[in-house]
Design a protein around this ligand. Sequence first.
Ligand code: VGL
Ligand code: ZN
Length: 202
Amino acid sequence: MRPATDALIVIDIQNDFCPGGALAVAEGDTVVPRVNALMDAFSTVILTQDWHPSSHASFAANHPGKAPFDTVELSYGAQTLWPAHCVQGSHGAAFHPDLRTDPAQLVIRKGFRSGIDSYSAFFENDRATPTGLEGYLRNRGITAITLVGLATDFCVAFSALDAARLGFGVTVDLAACRAIDLDGSLANSLRAMRAAGVALED
Ligand code: VGL
Ligand code: ZN
């Protein structure tokens, strides 16, 4: 058992990020058994759920003339455009059917405001609007987190970098993560996480 001050945070293991989904991450579903097993070692387990309205600004379909994986400038800076995914209440937004959800004490939904994306579990993409997760963790006496899930180079990495900046001890279990890898994003995210003092394990 890990110390009571450690939390497992499971990022976005949802149907749309698994093979057959709208924004499928290669082998995304293969992490589920390892994530499920890890849950038994942590007294605090948190799940995140990407949770967008259909009008979401990160969807290419909401930008006439743009295609998925193009970049646009939004009020807070550059935003990659995605195929519509994880629409609130849809099958794609549901957790992978084999993911254990009973051990989770908190499910944090993110990306629910139409004008702003949220890769990180801590802050929306303006890097300033909090999700409330920091307060929850501090209130529970959590000082270290282990991150697993999808995708390594977006929601996992943004969460890891924010957590490190906030002063939490951060480990990313790479064997329980899979990446989108868009234009070198995986290598860039690994470099940034290492530079920020995030422990990368596999
Ligand atoms: C994610 C792109 C868009 C992720 C979420 O979970 O990594 N990536 N929305
Ligand atoms: Zn999303």
